[in-house]
Design a protein around this ligand. Structure first.
Ligand code: HEC
Ligand SMILES: [Cu+2]
Length: 373
């Protein structure tokens, strides 16, 4: 009876310590979950932590008690008949039953969580998330919007969000069922935002599914969670969860911008070199910089320099060809014909031919790219 009371007190003290740790902003625990699945996973984690703590306290108490009570210096003599006593006989049954009982109570909850994890049915919004070395591309499947998200390099080392900020965050509405489709273009990546989405690998050629209902507006950060090469630390994730109204107007804005860009790209306008350089730099900084680097110096031998390169300063036709169709020697340099429109390709080629001292003076027009498609 007394032992029972003591244990109750001990475990209550243990739980209180654990709970106050979890509440304090020490960053010791997982981030606060804001989606049904992540909340279930969080609860499961807490349940396991509580169970483990209670067991640890009981075991430690028993061991300490035994060491003290049955110590040799107090003249204790080992009980030679323990195994024939009532407890000695039944302990072999009771201990496994108690252990299994604890295991099954965790497993029961885990089974529920697992079925929730797999249930990505009936989404309101489907977002395809593509990992590449080293950026994320987001396709809003219902609205035909594409975002490319790169590391924001302007954050100083001293800032809390150093290596945790991007140029284009993903915008998503609260209170909608969002299905994420995960894939990759080159190697394994994993899109992981602990507060709202659990980890599933992004695998080239396969599609994995996760889902979330974001219950609170705010900014949620995450990271690529699958070692994907030297730039692995440079592909953070930022999700901005906004109200449904704000999301709707953002979608409308993106669609209008896209329509405008398409109209521009297909018009017969002859662009000036300055216009193309300005747009080309943007396209380059979004799509090419991860491999070819900001000063065109590349990362040889994996990614060639474009500064004073044989193709970027050679015949224009060869340059257009490798950007439109990709490299025949190395599939890592993909064909950009589907990802970029004619104007964007013309602009980035013009930029590469005139930036970083590649002063070829060449101006490539969208019509030139169209002819090479
Ligand atoms: C995932 C990495 C990666 C990205 C992103 C990338 N490239 Fe490349 N690029 C390569 C590799 C690798 C090669 C070498 C291909 C070969 O050996 O044939 C290459 C070659 C090139 C070349 C030929 C360079 C030379 O002198 O051999 C050009 C031009 C080029 N890329 C332009 C671009 C443009 C424009 C973009 C963005 C729209 C881009 N690349 C994005 C990896 C990349
Ligand atoms: Cu990655």
């Amino acid at each position: 009876m007394l032992i029972g009371k003591r244990l109750k007190f001990l475990s209550a003290a243990g739980l209180a310590t654990l709970a106050s740790n979890a509440v304090a902003e020490y960053g010791l625990n997982l981030p606060e979950p804001v989606s049904p699945v992540t909340r279930d996973i969080f609860d499961l984690h807490m349940l396991t932590a509580y169970v483990a703590t209670v067991i640890m306290i009981i075991i430690t108490a028993v061991v300490v008690y035994a060491l003290w009570k049955f110590r040799k210096s107090a003249g204790y003599e080992a009980d030679q008949n323990f195994h024939v006593s009532w407890f000695g006989k039944w302990a072999w049954v009771m201990v496994p039953v108690v252990v299994l009982g604890i295991d099954l109570s965790i497993a029961g909850k885990a089974t529920k969580t697992f079925s929730l994890v797999e249930d990505s049915s009936d989404p309101d919004i489907t977002l395809k998330v593509t990992g590449s070395q080293w950026k994320w591309t987001y396709d809003y499947m219902d609205d035909d919007i594409r975002l490319v998200s790169n590391l924001n390099k302007d954050i100083p080392v001293t800032d809390n969000n150093y290596l945790r900020d991007v140029d284009n965050p993903v915008i998503l509405p609260v209170n909608k069922r969002i299905r994420f489709l995960h894939t990759a273009t080159d190697v394994l990546h994993a899109w992981w935002v602990p507060a709202l989405a659990y980890k599933k690998d992004s695998i080239p050629g396969y599609i994995n599914e996760t889902w979330a209902i974001i219950e609170k507006e705010g900014t949620y950060r995450g990271q690529c969670a699958e070692n994907c090469g030297t730039g692995h630390a440079y592909m953070p994730i930022v999700v901005k969860a906004v109200s449904e109204d704000k999301y709707a107007s953002w979608v409308a804005e993106q669609k209008a911008e896209k329509a405008k860009a398409m109209a521009e790209a297909t018009s017969d306008k002859a662009w000036t070199k300055d216009e193309l350089m300005e747009r080309g730099k943007k396209v380059y900084m979004t799509n090419c910089v991860a491999c070819h680097q900001s000063e065109g110096q590349g990362l040889p031998p994996a990614f060639p320099a474009l500064k004073a390169g044989p193709i970027t300063t050679g015949p224009v036709a060869g340059h257009i060809d490798i950007v439109v169709n990709g490299s025949k020697k190395n599939p890592v340099m993909v064909a950009w014909a589907n990802a970029l429109n004619d104007l964007e390709m013309a602009a980035v080629i013009t930029y590469e031919r005139n930036a970083w001292g590649n002063d070829t003076g060449d101006v490539v027009q969208p019509a030139d790219v169209k002819a090479a498609r």
